[in-house]
Write a protein that binds this ligand. Sequence first.
Ligand code: GLY
Length: 397
Amino acid sequence: MKIKSIYICFITSVLFIACAPKQESMENLITDRLDRSLQQYAGMAESLIDQPDKLPVSMDAEGKLRTTSSGGWVSGFVPGTLWYLYQYSNDPALLAYAKNYTARIEKEKYNKGTHDLGFMLYCSFGNGLRLTGDTAYQSILLTGAESLSSRFNPVTGAIKSWDSHKDQWQYPVIIDNMMNLELLFWATKVSGDPKYRDISITHADKTLENHFRPDYSTYHVVSYDTITGQAEKKNTHQGYADESAWARGQAWGLYGYTLMYRETQDLKYLEQAKHIAGFILNHPNLPADKIPYWDFNDPAIPDALRDASAGAVIASALIELSGYVDASDAKRYLDVAETQIRTLSSPEYFAEKGSNGNFILKHSVGHKPNHSEIDVPLTYADYYYIEALLRFRELLK
Ligand code: GLY
């Protein structure tokens, strides 16, 4: 009797394993999702082709595409995603769309009123330059780097993020700003002028000194006293609370210090990136599918909203970081990035063709405390998801 039940148990297990759905290979999954993304973005690009002043932002409650002028901080992400999809496909139609949408942002090269020029110009013109070598793009980027560097103040040792909120902060610097430093490193390499690189390093050092808590989570906003250069306030703007860990902020920090290491080879930035990765990956509130809640400390967890954009940025950053660390950390980072890509590529997050305002991913959170962009598609979720797919694909070659 006992032998019979062991036998039945064995047969049942074999059948269960044999019948379990086989996981799609990463190679097939990535190719399939890039093909489908290409169709979505071709549809999106075509839908605004006769409205050259508009760039996609998100989708409204009625399912209509929301747009911005070139001055919006997200203006560069759709052009950037079009460039990535052209890189993947070599499709001349994608090239034409990428050029068209990139040209829409050119005038922002003179914009000295925002720290977001790196996002706006480097994702668009930067990718365009990398893929076409067009020298006109180079000069636009250099002008943009000059405009961005005008926001650096040697007393605070940082690039000012916002000119708004004057009653609240003297000199607000947000963790997101780390992402804009890539444009400045590029500008020094091309112009030979060390100023841009120096500004980036000073800014990253100041941020390292003041933005991080002992557990390596980051504040969103640190404001500096413009006379002493000391931090005067540490707050949030888009997170749950001043002392909480807003998910996208952690993602920007991880990506930012990973790029700092890439550009400088300074080990202190690598250590910082590893510490930030440790905070995210070991956090008890990081779900098993590795897409974070919009804020790691929202008391509504496990019923809080997820943020696909934070998941996509973290995935892309972890893939890069895996190239700079020892084999066991690299495996840990790539396992998480793979899980994130699989989750974002599942029907829960990946939109059906023609739906979701032609964006690729669903379920991002833009600015919850402001009650805006909650559980919607967002351009930067798509941009960093496609970047992560392309980065992971390189590892499979
Ligand atoms: N840089 C603004 C945001 O991440 O929402």
